[in-house]
Ligand binder design. Sequence first.
Ligand SMILES: NC(=O)c1ccc[n+]([C@@H]2O[C@H](COP(=O)([O-])OP(=O)(O)OC[C@H]3O[C@@H](n4cnc5c(N)ncnc54)[C@H](OP(=O)(O)O)[C@@H]3O)[C@@H](O)[C@H]2O)c1
Length: 330
Amino acid sequence: MPVRIIQYGVGPIGSAIVRALLERAGVMIIGAIDIAAEKVGRDLGQVIGGRPLGITISDRADEVLAQRADVVVHSTSSSFEQVFDQVLACVRAGSHVVSTCEELAYPFRKYPELSRRLDEAAKAAGVAVLGAGVNPGFVMDKLVLTLAAVCQRIERVFVRRVVDASQRRLPLQRKIGAGMTVEEFREAVDAGRIRHVGLPESVALIAEGLGMEVEAISETIEPILAEEDVTTEYLRVRKGHVAGVRQIARGIARGEERIHLDLHMYVGAKNPVDEIRLFGTPEIGLQIPGGTPGDLATAAVVVNAIPLVMQAPPGLRTVLDIPMRFVAAF
Ligand SMILES: NC(=O)c1ccc[n+]([C@@H]2O[C@H](COP(=O)([O-])OP(=O)(O)OC[C@H]3O[C@@H](n4cnc5c(N)ncnc54)[C@H](OP(=O)(O)O)[C@@H]3O)[C@@H](O)[C@H]2O)c1
């Protein structure tokens, strides 16, 4: 029997996920949900830039979810509070959920009560819910924990990810403030519009995975300015204007910084890289020159997670509970 899937949210990431799903055998997409007026009523295949699939995108989530998919793949928003009712509806319809919502990667610390409610609902329905993706969900947390398997003792964790956002989708270029003046950037940061979401969640995942009792997680955000004019497929950044963000998240345990995550995400970045360094016994590091390609990798992680989530114990899960590996066949 093919795995029956509903795609909830057909933005650039939802579209990339659908394209990746169409490449896999053993999968059947049975429905698609989105509220954007320019997508509702249109064929899913055409909206993602391919051949018609005979699936009409609907904004009536309850009607689509009533088909009771095996798995709902969810990619609408980064905020756990915003997606809570959407994910709860999927769970109540009896479907497992894999979501790219960044805060869902580890919601327990920031939203203990909502997390408890979602966990209980998932257990009652006998389904699993997972927040998955490349970051959070892999490069700055799960990969760190995987590397940590060869350590006897870990005192400190350092991770640096440098992303050339010129290669990424428009919503991401907007979310990092590319093209703004510094004043506009600071206003947008204060209003909560500019920020990569997910670094504190990665700190929390690492802390739990390593058994570090982190008493505080802090985060800073600063603009990175363009050293020359940069033109992307979507926008132009003038020299001296904002090219993107540098965000640092720190996990403090027993008064000392034990986890340091340093994310540079900007258009025109010269040397993209993912770098992990674990200080302890042995001291060990890992570099991915060029960095992990965010959007392609997110679609891959989500698709690979589908059969794993179907086998997971019911409840609100994290990548700590799931092996996260390549799955050749569903
Ligand atoms: N964890 C990771 O590694 C990772 C990686 C990539 C992306 N993400 C996250 O995944 C999410 C999707 O990314 P994206 O770039 O595709 O975002 P996007 O451009 O905002 O697309 C989201 C789509 O979902 C629709 N939508 C919003 N609220 C909805 C609702 N209540 N019901 C149905 N549809 C709704 C949006 O419609 P409107 O345009 O009308 O709002 C839009 O069409 C984002 O939150 C992104 O930050 C996570």
